[in-house]
Design a protein around this ligand. Structure first.
Ligand code: HEC
Length: 220
């Protein structure tokens, strides 16, 4: 256990300065690969079929690293980053978005957002104070596991940020450093967030968890 913790802390530390938007947008090309890659880990979490993890495999890996990931994000001292792992998780298992290479993600909603997030299809609009958190990790083709960024959306008071429909977007790196905050430092670095989320204006700029992987909270 201690060895695994140190392993993760080591890679979280060296990756912190290296993970970039380019990786977020073109995950596949940005993955480390090859024996001479300086990011190549010394130890791996082995998985049966690395190219295509089953939901159960992805969940097992996540359960092994989630606490360490949470500690890394919590170093930001952002209250939501410190607490998101106590919120409801809306996906049954981490899932790999085709547009994000090997990046696996999870969706969490805070207490304020909990029920409206479950009812997005009913045309709800998220109340002020809603926070959605999406953590992420990467599994490379040679089965190395890396913590990824924490993606956050917070619904602000009406009229606070008309250009983003009152959503605040921010992104926290695995070591807890802020990559950018639409209401704080380096706001321009996260402009691309709303540019993409604008595509789903009808569901208050939220994409939701892919169908089939959704936990059906508040539906009976
Ligand atoms: C290229 C499009 C795109 C960009 C850019 C993008 N997102 Fe998303 N986002 C998605 C999609 C698709 C989902 C749902 C599926 C998933 O999680 O992969 C999502 C889901 C989310 C969620 C979960 C809430 C929900 O249901 O929508 C959060 C939080 C989030 N994104 C934050 C961010 C932040 C912060 C940024 C910028 C740093 C960002 N996103 C940039 C496409 C994008």
């Amino acid at each position: 256990m201690i060895g695994r913790g140190l392993f993760l802390l080591f890679f979280i530390a060296i990756l912190a300065g290296l993970i970039s938007l380019a990786m977020f947008e073109t995950g596949a090309e940005a993955q480390p690969s090859g024996a001479d890659d300086p990011l190549r880990p010394q130890r791996h979490f082995k998985v049966e079929r690395p190219a295509q993890l089953t939901p159960a495999e992805a969940l097992t890996i996540y359960e092994n690293i989630a606490a360490d990931m949470g500690r890394g994000y919590a170093a930001s001292a952002d209250p939501a980053a410190e607490r998101y792992r106590t919120w409801r998780r809306y996906n049954t298992a981490p899932y790999n978005s085709a547009t994000h290479g090997n990046r696996y993600v999870n969706n969490y909603a805070n207490e304020v957002a909990a029920e409206p997030y479950a009812r997005l299809e009913d045309g709800v609009s998220m109340p002020e104070g809603s926070i959605l958190a999406k953590d992420s990790f990467t599994v490379t083709a040679d089965t190395a596991v890396y913590a990824g960024a924490l993606f956050m959306m917070e619904k602000l008071a009406k009229g606070t940020s008309p250009e983003t429909a009152d959503w605040r977007y921010y992104m926290i790196m695995p070591d807890g450093s802020f990559f950018g905050d639409s209401r704080g430092d380096n706001a321009q670095a996260v402009n691309f967030c709303h540019d993409c989320h604008e595509a789903v204006e009808d569901t208050d700029y939220l994409f939701h968890v892919p169908e089939g992987l959704r936990v059906q909270f508040f539906r009976n």
